[in-house]
Design a protein around this ligand. Structure first.
Ligand code: SF4
Length: 305
């Protein structure tokens, strides 16, 4: 039986308005026509290079985009439109974000009250103890400040804060940079564990190899959009993958020989016509300069001619 869809994003667009030196207004389309879906009990990773704007996807869903950003498209949560009013009600409760930076922890507040959000009732105290046990944090952590913990411990505190309200949707924005391989792997396992307990988890990351160890599906982010959505098991063989860029990512993985991908991602202000991968694609033909559909191919979705 197909699992319940918790988050469905269709045709998401995020545009920034900027002013140049002559005070001319310019528009920067950082995310375009992005689709992604996460079901109950599933971990989906949106994988793209660092600094490519993929974190804005998380901020867009959470309704916390910067003031000069405008978002379009459709976001559905449990089958209903996720309106501004709805996300304001659900944010931090049913829908939580594990932020990229541990600087989002309050440096002047002890860990316990931060995670309990100030609640002191016995049920909250007990819940915190159980969460600490789950994430291998000693009870005394409650009385410590963030600066007294290691980077890995602070990451576990961020996850603890997110799960205190038993969320149905968890969005993790680059949860592993700066962590050694073992700690990063453990952080990903915590997200797997949340999904196994029934949450839908969306992880935004640059680390394809790490993601493949724990996630169910991968959405490949390139040039501001998702160009392929594939099952994690499709990455076992290059032939299973559909888009030439996804295949190039596969070949660039250390275990497949670290093969360099020629060229660089297009800047959002100067996107090529038609297929955005065309300047780097050895199979590019005239038809690739036209409109490229996003369609189902062999159980995955791909933006391909
Ligand atoms: S649409 Fe054309 S240019 Fe784009 S990936 Fe496919 S073959 Fe290459």
């Amino acid at each position: 039986m197909e699992k319940e869809t918790v988050l469905k994003i269709e045709h998401m667009n995020i545009v920034f308005t900027q002013y140049d030196r002559g005070m001319h207004q310019t528009e920067l389309p950082v995310i375009r026509n992005l689709d992604v879906e996460v079901r109950r009990g599933e971990v989906v990773a949106v994988v793209g290079s660092s600094g490519s704007g993929k974190s804005l996807l998380a901020h867009g869903v959470m309704g916390v985009l910067p003031y000069n950003a405008r978002m379009g498209g459709d976001i559905q949560y449990l089958g209903e439109k996720l309106t501004k009013e709805r996300i304001e009600k659900l944010r931090g409760k049913e829908i939580v974000m594990v932020p990229q930076s541990i600087s989002s922890l309050n440096p002047l507040m002890k860990i316990g009250p931060q995670i309990r959000k100030g609640k002191k009732d016995p049920a909250s105290q007990e819940k915190l103890k159980a969460i600490f046990r789950r994430y291998d944090l000693e009870e005394k952590t409650e009385e410590l400040y963030p600066f007294e913990l290691s980077g890995g411990m602070n990451r576990r505190v961020l996850i603890s804060t997110a799960v205190m309200e038993e969320p149905r949707l968890v969005i993790a924005d680059e949860p592993t940079p700066g962590l050694d391989k073992k700690t990063a792997k453990r952080a990903m396992e915590h997200f797997r564990n949340l999904a196994d307990m029934g949450a839908a988890v969306l992880v935004i990351t640059h680390d394809l190899e790490l993601a493949l160890e724990t996630v169910d599906r991968i959405a490949v982010f390139y040039g501001g959009t998702t160009i392929e959505e594939a099952r994690a098991e499709d990455f076992q063989r290059e032939e299973n993958l559909r888009h030439p860029y996804t295949k190039a990512l596969w070949r660039a993985m250390p275990r497949h020989g670290f093969q360099y991908i020629e060229g660089s991602q297009p800047y959002v202000k100067n996107l090529p016509k038609g297929c955005i991968f065309s300047p780097r694609c050895s199979q590019c033909q005239e038809a690739c300069r036209g409109e490229i559909p996003y369609r189902e191919v062999r159980g995955g979705k791909v933006e391909i001619r």
